[in-house]
Design a binder for this molecule. Structure first.
Ligand SMILES: Nc1nc2c(ncn2[C@@H]2O[C@H](COP(=O)(O)OP(=O)(O)OP(=O)(O)O)[C@@H](O)[C@H]2O)c(=O)[nH]1
Length: 469
């Protein structure tokens, strides 16, 4: 998923170094996750958090490419090292980590065969597949746990299976969504830039969530566990999946701590009571994440629809309506002189008639890409219809507009290579209209396009492959 395309853009030497380092980093992360689990044990049985299995599973899912076997070996070594270094016997460490790795393998197998492996947490059903994988991981780890329980803890095999199964399931359900939804390196950078413009509307859901934690601690009792749920649902409506999953994990940890601290009547020695709490809390936690997934798929769909409504499907450039709307807004907000350039390919009908409509389409795409490459990122460019395009160039004098038009005309004359290897030379005529706020009342986009159209007509009449201003 996330890591691979990024890696493909790196130079070869860096890619090789990164592949060699990957299992080591993988082992360190899993080892640290094991230590977190081991060191939360003394807090009390209910507060036990064992994130290592979910962390290893999440990393395996996020990095499915080369080096899978080294990562499994690195993970196994990290599990064993954490247990042995913190005082477990070799036999106990082998049995417990055998259960861990078998559970991870089962969960990985189920998840990677589900549609969620392709879509990530961006579809309404994604969390259901994740729960299925968590259940498979729990059930398989439970088998080893069932064998281990009579041997290591003098308990019954069935109770051992149920306890391991529920604990594994709860850990996967809480931790895995955070890892799977975490942004990759590029998105982190984008998010950090976006966070500088944090909107005031982003604060109330998390503030209400923290408040509901406090009210729950104040009132106490079993019902208090559900107090943060409405705030979590609000978070799911407002935030993307990753922050929602992270806040939901916080809810899970807070709730287990809340129970351990005695706010809710519980018997820490009653294993089945613990199983019930863990399953209950993890299943409550599924709801906000699932809602966030639904919102994500809705937002993806809206973005797709918006793109379709504002872009030309052939060239991918703005369509006429979006170009005019964006240009109108930009012109209203600038005091700089701007130029509108209007383009019309010369004798394009002949291209279609001679080479066919598909070749004509290819020529249109090539032309649009060449013009876009001559413009700056902030300039607007769109297809007005047929073989007619327009650009709005900001902070541009008349002389600069003419020079730009000349550059675009020479770029257009570069041969277009056709599928059969033959090449085709096309030309464009360009009409230019200037908009300088210092000259008096701006004429607006429609007025500018009309002026540019007149100039374009003049350029065509004067022999084509030229610009007029
Ligand atoms: N391949 C293709 N052709 C298109 C598309 N949209 C419009 N056209 C064609 O573009 C051609 C425009 O032809 P005309 O308006 O006669 O202009 P021209 O042949 O370029 O001649 P001048 O503009 O006078 O130089 C027509 O043949 C249209 O069918 C398209 O999306 N794809």
């Amino acid at each position: 998923m996330a890591g691979t395309p990024l890696l493909n853009n790196w130079p070869r030497s860096r890619r090789v170094a990164s592949r060699a380092l990957a299992p080591l980093l993988f082992a360190i992360v899993v080892f640290l996750a094991c230590l977190i689990g081991i060191h939360t044990r003394p807090v009390g049985f209910l507060a036990t958090v064992w994130p290592a299995n979910a962390v290893m599973l999440g990393l395996l899912i996020r990095m499915p490419s080369a080096g899978r076997l080294p990562k499994w070996i690195a993970g196994g070594i990290a599990f064993m090292a954490a247990d042995l270094l913190t005082g477990s016997s070799l036999v106990k460490a082998l049995i417990l980590n055998g259960a861990n790795l078998a559970g991870i393998a089962a969960a990985y197998g189920v998840y990677m065969r589900s549609p969620a492996a392709q879509t990530g947490l961006r579809q309404p059903a994604s969390m259901l597949y994740l729960l299925l994988a968590a259940a498979a991981g729990g059930a398989v780890a439970g088998v080893v746990g069932g064998v281990a329980n009579p041997m290591l803890f003098n308990g019954s095999a069935l109770r051992g299976w149920v306890f391991w199964c529920a604990t594994e399931f709860a850990n996967y359900a809480a931790v895995l969504p955070v890892i799977l939804a975490a942004p990759d390196q590029l998105r982190w950078r984008q998010r950090l830039q976006d966070s500088k413009s944090l909107r005031a509307a982003d604060i109330p859901p998390v503030a209400v969530l923290l408040l509901s934690f406090m009210v729950a601690a104040w009132i106490g009792g079993p019902g208090a566990i559900a107090f943060p749920v409405p705030a979590l649902l609000w978070c799911a409506l407002v935030y993307p999946v990753f922050p929602t999953a992270a806040l939901t994990l916080l809810f899970g940890v807070w709730t287990l701590g809340f129970i351990s601290a005695g706010y809710v009547p519980a018997h820490p020695d009653d294993e089945m009571m613990l199983v019930s709490w863990r399953l209950g809390i993890s299943l409550i936690a599924v709801t906000p994440i699932m809602l966030a997934c639904v919102m994500q798929s809705r937002n993806d769909l809206l973005a797709k629809l918006h793109h379709l409504a504002t872009h030309d499907p052939l060239t991918g450039m703005l369509n006429r309506k979006a170009f005019c709307e964006d240009a109108e807004k930009s012109l209203a907000g600038t005091r700089q002189p701007c130029a509108i350039l209007m383009f019309d390919l010369d004798h394009f009908k002949t291209v279609n008639d001679t080479f066919g409509h598909a070749t004509g389409d290819k020529v249109l795409v090539a032309f649009a890409e060449r013009v876009r490459a001559c413009l700056r990122a902030q300039d607007l460019f769109g297809r007005l219809g047929g073989e007619e395009f327009a650009a709005l160039v900001f902070d541009c004098t008349k002389a600069q507009a003419v020079a730009l038009a000349d550059r675009i005309r020479s770029a257009t004359r570069e041969p277009v290579i056709l599928d059969d290897g033959k090449s085709l030379v096309i030309t464009t005529s360009i009409g230019i209209a200037m908009d300088d706020p210092a000259d008096g009342r701006p004429v607006g986009v429609d007025g500018l396009l009309a002026r540019a159209d007149t100039m374009l007509y003049r350029a065509k009449s004067a022999g084509r492959d030229r610009s007029d201003v």
